[in-house]
Each structure stands twice: as structure tokens, then as C-alpha cells.
Ligand binder design. Sequence first.
Ligand SMILES: Cc1cc2nc3c(=O)[nH]c(=O)nc-3n(C[C@H](O)[C@H](O)[C@H](O)COP(=O)(O)OP(=O)(O)OC[C@H]3O[C@@H](n4cnc5c(N)ncnc54)[C@H](O)[C@@H]3O)c2cc1C
Length: 423
Amino acid sequence: MSANKEVAIIGAGPAGLITGSILKKAGFTITLFEQRNCLGGSWAIQPLSELIDIRDGLSGIYCPTYPTLRCNVPRQTMALPDFPYPDDYPCYPRHDEVLSQLQRFAEHNGLLPHIRFNHRFLTLEASPKSGLTNGNPKRWQIQTSQNSAEFDAVVFCNSRYYYPKLPDLEPLLSFTGRLEHSFSYRGPAAYRNQRIALVGTGPSGEDLSREISHCASRVFLCAHSGSRELHKPIWKPYGANQNLTRHRDVIACNGRTVILENGEKLQDIDVLILCTGYQPDPVFRQALPGIELSGDKSCMAPLYLNLFHPVHPELSATGMTLASAPFILYHCQAEVIAGYLKGKIQLPTAQQRLFAAEQVELRSSGRVNFSVRRKISMKQLDQLANMASIPSPVKATVEALAISNKQRLKYPDHYRDLPWGSE
Ligand SMILES: Cc1cc2nc3c(=O)[nH]c(=O)nc-3n(C[C@H](O)[C@H](O)[C@H](O)COP(=O)(O)OP(=O)(O)OC[C@H]3O[C@@H](n4cnc5c(N)ncnc54)[C@H](O)[C@@H]3O)c2cc1C
């Protein structure tokens, strides 16, 4: 497949913008389809006028950002291709600062005329008009909420960060307080003087519990043992008013009592917030033939290099792997997509791609230790950079993340405000 082909990019968040900039520079005709009326994806805040109980559904919510959100990794691990952050930016920018940077990036790269806002991707199918080559479709037809159009290639940049991943809700349905997901969290004031339980010790659970502890009367952070520990677990009261404690996982509810796996009962809970992460929107799994949710339910699989549809590599999906530096991953992935579509990068046969994709999926499914998964993802980042003949970002990324992790573990409440690298 040579350049001057038409490529559709789904989503105008960081991945879509980065991919758009690389493919445009490579000479492809690009169209970005974005369901919202703005670019920036997760970083473009969507105010909510009411508190949402997930039992009432989460449709119409597109963004997990809340007003106080600041990056939890340093800005050098969120680099945009050839577009440095302004010198006066903090090390851990606020969400609106990241958004401004993305807006400037889009303008600088002339992406705005290529974005179709308010176009929600609905379905993908082989173009009925263009016929087949060696049994494979020549072109793909995309149906959006506004119209349909045909493309030579499609890159799904819709992300695994905006569709809430929910646990089995059955044991929680009898909870008579409000049952929320961190997706609709918009600040601590809503929890003033209330008793709040949160589930999950990933970035959202850690950040939200500490923030809510400023307003709530009592905060309980629950997780199963062996779950991802972003901070060192503290087994005595902590938080803004020494009103935050850690507990085992929730297994059932009875009225406003939350029952934990070790038999402990948390009484009079007003709100239970699930900080259980995100996963790709089912609409994309259904669109891509043979692609399902990965074993850990966070990504789409099997994809060759966690990127290419194994049978139809002109279809790809960015970000479908654990990555501690998603922006950098998107850059490498976009370069590899551009190289493949231009014919500069050769991929193995469909059978080999499928075999390799299934092996990777087997390796990374299930409860693999976070640091092992990070190592796997860094290895893959190296591989992508190699394939695209660009300098590997791995060493610098790993070094920056190591400094950041050290500071976060030592100063969980204010690591974002410390001078970079200070002990
Ligand atoms: C609370 C939170 C904090 C985070 N903090 C950090 C951080 O500090 N640093 C970091 O690097 N990462 C962070 N992340 C991850 C962050 O989301 C990614 O870095 C980045 O925003 C992902 O970019 P993306 O373009 O893949 O996805 P998104 O930002 O989610 O953008 C996806 C875009 O696709 C669009 N879209 C989705 N479905 C459709 C459809 N059907 N049709 C058309 N358009 C569609 C969406 O509207 C959106 O604009 C955080 C995530 C969360 C949830």
C-alpha cells in the first residue's frame, strides 16, 4: 500500500492527534472522526450537572476528567512528537494545561480542518463497491452518526480510557446508597460530611480517596490483596483529616452496609465509588472481525504487536497495551503504522501475525505483576521504535518514571509539587 491513501482515524484525543500528525506528514489523506464537539479526549473536561448512579447508566458521559486532575506521570513521559511543552509548564501539568498543549499541537500540525466533530463511529464493514484483493477487502466503509465514507485504512484511536470497566455488579445491587464509578467523579465537595467507600487502588482510587478525605467525614479505600499498589499501603489512618483507612475488597452489600472479603462490615456508607478502571467501548470490538476483549479486560485482542488486526493489518488500534507513557507509545505506534501503510515496513504473514498476537495475549492476560507488565510494554516500545527506525524512547522514559515513582512512594500527597528529582 503506497502513500496518498485515505486513512480514517477514530478519535481526536492524544492518540488520534499524534497519529494524525504522523500520517499527515507521511503524505496520507487523513480524516479524524470525533464523537464530541471538541478535541483532547480525556483531557477535555465535561462538566456534569448531577451525581450519577451507575445503575441508571453512564451514556452521554465521555470524559473521566475532574477539575483538580493533574498528571500522575511527569510531562517528559507525555511528550508530543516534535512539540515540546512550554518551559514554564509544571512537571505534572493540570488537565487544562495538557489540553492547551494538545490544541496547540493540533493547530501547529494543521489537523483542525481534518477533524469531523460530532461524528460518532458506529460500524465498519468491507466496502461493497471496491471488491477484493486475494480475498481481502480493498477498502473499508465507516458508518458514523452523520454519514458513511470509504477508506483504505482505519486507525482506531478511541482509547481504553473512557469506557468504565465494571466488576460484577450483582453483589453490589442491594446497596441502598449511591453507587458511582470514578468516571463521573467531578470533585470532593459532593461528599461533604459523608461516609465514602472506594474500590480500587490504581491511580483513580489513590487520588480520589485522598482528595475526598478533605471533605468527607470518613473514607474507606478497599482492594483485594495483590491488586495494583500505586502507593505504599498504609495500615493506619491517614488522609487530610486522618479519616482515611485501607481495607480488603468488597464482596457484598446489605442496605448501606458494605461487606468485605475478610468479614469486616463498613456501616452507614453513603456512596460507594468504583475506581475499577477503563476498557475499550464494545462498539469497537464488535466492529473489528475476530477481535475481543483481552484476558485482563482492559484492551482489545488479539492484535499483532498489540496494534495491527492480524488478518487485516490496514486496520489498527492504538494504545491496546499496558503503557506507563501512552503519548510516547502512540508516537511509536503511529510511525509503525505509517511505515507499514507506505510499504516501508513489512509484516509477517497473516498466520504468523495471528500466532504472535495470540502468544502476546496469552503472556499478558491474567494477574501478571505490574512491573513485569511494564517491562513487557517497554520491550514492545523498543521493538516499535526499531521497526520505525526512530530513536528508542525507552531509556529516557524508564529513567523519568523511576524518578517519579520514587518521589510518589515517598511523598504520596505532594510528589507533584516537588522539584524534579529531589530526594
Ligand atoms: C483519570 C485519568 C487520569 C489520567 N492521567 C494520565 C496522566 O497523567 N498521564 C498520561 O499519560 N495518561 C493519563 N491517563 C490516560 C489518558 O487517558 C491517556 O494518556 C490519553 O488521554 C489517552 O489518549 P487517547 O487518545 O488514547 O484516548 P482519549 O483521551 O480517551 O481520547 C479518545 C477519543 O476518542 C473519542 N471516541 C471514542 N469513541 C468514539 C466513537 N465511537 N466515535 C468517535 N470518537 C470516539 C473520544 O471522544 C475521545 O475524544 C489518565 C486517564 C484517566 C482516566
